[in-house]
Design a protein around this ligand. Structure first.
Ligand code: ADP
Ligand code: TRP
Length: 327
């Protein structure tokens, strides 16, 4: 089975990215599946149009993936832009994609509502994402719930292509784990780089503690009982603590005498413990950006090979003649 996923280098990685997506990437890798993981820098260009910023975040995300355990020996790990075939496939898919499908995209509408300029790249974003997935004959795509519609569009486009040109493309499936589908941020909304409500993975323990202290809670006094199910701190604790501790904290919430401050402090400790090793590895990798670039270069080479094989099939299926001798 082939697993594929990508993250846009549009901000620093946070707990939502880890629990909603990266942890599942690692699961597929550890189970010995064929894995393709990449950094969607063409997608990021729809919203970041600053050379230094895009380069800096691209390298951050690459370093972060490696520090968190993506292993280039077991996973093909690469940059989207190192596989130019993907934009070629996006064009071909554009030609079979109804405009009405893109007009229904909720992420496009959300981005416009947040004030992003309505460029064609933003409108066409789901088609490029479909190309990302389809070009590697991917079977499963581990993502958070916000990507569900993009995955449905990808399946629709693969099916449409096969109907129009004969069985050519693998129809992929989203892999969304319900318990971690939407990780809440500091304000209780979905944690997202765009909402400035994230807890970053790679920051100092002190900064983590400060960020946890900013989680919005209600004004129930310390001695009064609290409802754990309405509390963002508890929702995050449930992701990190062992079952026995979760039960114990739940009891403390319900019986009173346990303040949100206590829960926030414990949450920060758990986050700092979980990422201690990855943070150390990140610092080491950061000192050697050439190593990170070499890893991406080798991953890109492998990804291009797979992409070119699919494209040979795709071009032939739809009558696009190619006269060049090699990819
Ligand atoms: P952001 O919303 O911060 O811009 P991305 O869109 O780059 O994050 O998401 C990268 C991956 O992480 C996607 O698979 C996405 O579904 C997942 N993800 C991001 N935020 C969350 C969240 N709060 N809960 C669950 N998964 C998330
Ligand atoms: N749209 C995804 C996000 O914002 C990023 C992405 C681009 C992606 N191409 C992909 C995710 C292909 C999975 C598969 O998170």
């Amino acid at each position: 089975m082939r697993s594929l996923s990508g993250i846009q280098p549009s901000g620093r990685l946070h707990l939502g990215n880890y629990f909603g997506a990266i942890r599942q990437y690692l699961k597929f890798q550890d189970e010995g599946n064929e894995c393709f993981y990449f950094i969607a820098n063409y997608h990021a260009l729809t919203s970041i149009q600053d050379k230094a910023e895009l380069e800096e975040i691209t390298l951050h995300v690459a370093t972060a993936y490696l520090a968190l355990g993506i292993d280039p020996e077991r996973s093909v790990f690469f940059l989207q832009s190192d596989v130019p075939q993907v934009t070629e496939l996006a064009w071909i898919l554009n030609c079979i994609c109804p405009v009405s499908m893109m007009e229904k995209a909720t992420s496009y509408k959300d981005k416009i509502a947040r004030g992003l300029p309505a460029n064609m790249g933003l409108f066409d974003y789901p088609v490029l994402q479909a190309a990302d997935i389809i070009i590697y004959d991917s079977n499963v795509v581990p993502v958070g719930a916000d990507q569900k519609q993009h995955l449905e569009m990808t399946r629709d486009l693969a099916i449409k292509f096969n109907l129009a040109f004969g069985e050519t493309l693998v129809v992929p499936e989203a892999y969304i784990v319900p318990e971690v589908a939407v990780i809440p941020g500091l304000d209780g909304q979905k944690m997202s780089k765009s909402y400035d409500n994230t807890i970053e993975i790679f920051q100092t323990p002190k900064a983590t503690k400060k960020r946890c202290a900013q989680i919005v809670t209600d004004s129930t006094p310390l001695e009064k009982p609290k409802d754990p199910d309405k509390c963002t701190v508890f929702a995050l604790l449930k992701l990190l603590a062992e079952p026995a501790e979760i039960e114990e904290i739940e009891k403390k919430y319900c019986s009173g005498g346990y303040g949100y401050g206590h829960a926030k402090g414990r949450l920060a400790e758990l986050i700092n413990d979980l990422f201690a090793e990855a943070r150390q590895k990140y610092v080491e990798l950061e000192k050697d950006p050439d190593f990170v670039r070499d890893v991406l270069s080798e991953g890109g080479r492998k990804a291009r090979q797979t992409a070119e094989t699919t494209m040979t099939r795709v071009r032939s299926a739809c009558g696009i003649l190619m006269n060049r001798k090699s990819g």
